[in-house]
Design a protein around this ligand. Structure first.
Ligand SMILES: Nc1ncnc2c1ncn2[C@@H]1O[C@H](COP(=O)(O)OP(=O)(O)OP(=O)(O)O)[C@@H](O)[C@H]1O
Ligand SMILES: [Mg+2]
Length: 225
């Protein structure tokens, strides 16, 4: 049987006010594959990603995700906490108590992987949105993440930077055998993934080949407009 990077069975999650956010959700992402998660606003995408990362606890169901997990938030300003690029990537390694030389090597390797080595000493405030997202991804790479969860990482980017980021992340995760799940609203990004899931009103309604899902979503767009 193929190895699995992310596996969820019969997952149910409600908020304290009783509102159901994820209903009987089951899904699998094979190890080393790059999948996307689609759905309208409020369908439960961010909630599902937070459940996978262990940031929320479900009422019932099973979650198995390879560790360590890297998480990239929609707004990188919410996760970059140190003053410079290099210091921020190194910060994620603090708990591992590695020797300084190992930390330096890991930081350089991770920044090289996202093409930011030249900006190692740059203050975070002097980066573009796309560069900040790449610093957040480098943080996950430095921690040697097995699974990378990305919540609308291109939401703040222009169309060129958006496609650069998705193509770059695809190359990166494929070369390292990382399993990735990428939340997006932008259908052109589907050209870069191995498969996709569609959430509607807390329920997983479709999944599989990305181009078929893209077609389905374009037909929905046509009906609306
Ligand atoms: N902290 C919270 N407490 C209560 N309800 C919440 C909380 N966070 C989100 N919700 C509700 O859960 C549902 C799913 O929200 P979620 O953020 O997962 O949607 P989403 O698919 O990520 O939407 P978007 O595309 O806008 O990011 C929504 O109805 C939302 O209002
Ligand atoms: Mg969201």
């Amino acid at each position: 049987m193929a190895e699995v990077g992310i596996e969820v069975k019969n997952l149910n999650f409600s908020w304290p006010n009783g509102e159901i956010a994820i209903k009987s959700c089951s899904l699998e992402v094979p190890k080393g594959e790059f999948w996307m998660l689609l759905g309208t606003n409020g369908s439960g995408k961010s909630t599902l990603l937070r459940l996978l990362a262990g940031l929320l606890v479900p009422q019932s169901g099973e979650i198995r995700v390879l560790h360590p997990i890297g998480f990239v938030f929609q707004n990188p300003d919410h996760q970059l906490v140190m003053p410079t690029v290099g210091a921020d990537v190194a910060f994620g390694l603090v708990e591992e108590k590695l020797p300084p030389a190992v930390v330096r090597a890991r930081v350089e390797e991770a920044l090289g992987a996202v093409n930011l080595l030249a900006l190692q000493k740059r203050p975070i405030y002097a980066l573009s949105g796309g560069q900040k997202q790449r610093v957040a991804i480098a943080g996950a790479i430095a921690r040697r993440c097995e699974v990378l969860l990305l919540d609308e990482p291109t939401a703040l980017l222009d169309p060129d930077s958006q496609l650069d980021l998705v193509a770059g992340v695809r190359r990166l995760v494929k070369s390292r055998g990382i399993t990735a799940l990428w939340v997006t609203h932008r259908l052109d990004e589907l050209n870069y993934c191995d498969g996709a899931f569609l959430l509607e009103k807390s329920t997983l309604v479709d999944w599989g080949e990305a181009q078929r899902l893209k077609q389905r979503m374009m037909e929905v767009d046509d009906e609306v407009s």
